[in-house]
Design a protein around this ligand. Sequence first.
Ligand code: RFL
Length: 398
Amino acid sequence: MGTNSENTAVVGEHTTVVVVGAGVAGLTLGNFLLNSGVECVILEKHARDYVEQRQRAGAIDGRGVRMFREWGFDGVLEGNPVPEAGTGFWLDGEEFPMEFDDNDNRDSIFCPQQVLVRNLTDAFLRAGGDLRFEAADVSPEDIDGARPRVRYRDTTGSTHVVNCDVIAGCDGYHGVSRASVPAGALTRYAHAYGYSWLSVLAEVPAEPLGMAIHSRGLAGMLPRGAHASRLYLQCPADDTPAQWPDERVWSEMAARFCTPVPPGRIVDKRIVPLRCVVYSPMRHGRLYLLGDAAHIVPPMSAKGLNLALYDAEVLARAIIEQVRSDDASLLDSYSDTCLRHVWNYQAFAAWITELVHNAGDASYAGEFRRQTARAELVRQFTSPAANKLFGELSAGVN
Ligand code: RFL
């Protein structure tokens, strides 16, 4: 390693994989690589505290739970997970329990995303991993050339260049990795729903637990640990959090669940537009895109985090195969392998999103669609065959 004192650039550093972003995709990939003896460096733009406190998803599906077990990382799921059993759907106040008759959904758990991120960070650092927080101006370079590398600035202002064989873009939807792909090289497939969710984090246990379908719109209450919940309220696409004072949140929850909902302290409120996005292919040259950097699913499906985990495992296996056997076939098929799974989950996400929203507020899809969606929902709740199919769709089974 040499230092150019004029521009304080540190040159000559080399690793096998530079992972951009220490979210669930980046940390899972980093851990699997390190555990298999593959060198990597993770670059994260935020400070460790910020990343570890960021509250987001909370549902890990059966495939994700089994994946961590199979790789010997059971420990990363510890720390306040709540079994998913007991989730219900309320249709105009009538409760229907959702019990899926398949292994995938039986294995799934509620584990707050920040708990998973904290545990993955600890595991990576404990194993001697190289994780650099507060990396500014991260910039993938020569991604389809002979010398792929990533440039960034550290907290002292020094510029570093890390040369590598593979760049893993795990920096979310607004990150720099996908933006570094030349215009026109990726196709963007997208669909926007005409409504959003007000997403609220509150310091109360999730009770009632589940989703409510009502003519006022959808509502949801799901656990984020034993003492906190995420609340969702369908709202017009152009609403702002300022239009939702705390009292309105609690009274609207009670109105949509048709039951009193004990209020608690609200710590976060944001508007999440409901949309689906897929970028294809999920690779350009030596840059591979993972997780939200490559696709967004509407939150009703609770699959965003799980897709990120899937991508991380597929890329980890592909890189390990390349390093151990000099065999690039899994790397070459990375995008196709992931996209099959992505479109499968997008299909489930689009179906469940439309079903539960159409069955509620008729001002979007009309009264006819409301009635057919309600009939279909009741069949989901009451027919063992339909329920089994729901379980299979949600588990991504073809
Ligand atoms: P992440 O988790 O956003 O991590 C990206 C990381 O990259 C960093 N970064 C950069 N680092 C270096 N240089 C740059 N220029 C960078 N730009 C960004 C970021 O700081 C961050 O650390 O993406 P990843 O790993 O792809 O994971 C995706 C999931 O986080 C996401 O899909 C889920 O949170 C979506 N989601 C849910 N998914 C589920 O499976 N189940 C759920 O129940 C669920 N609930 C949710 C959700 C997303 C939500 N929000 C935030 C819209 C609930 C909410 C409210």
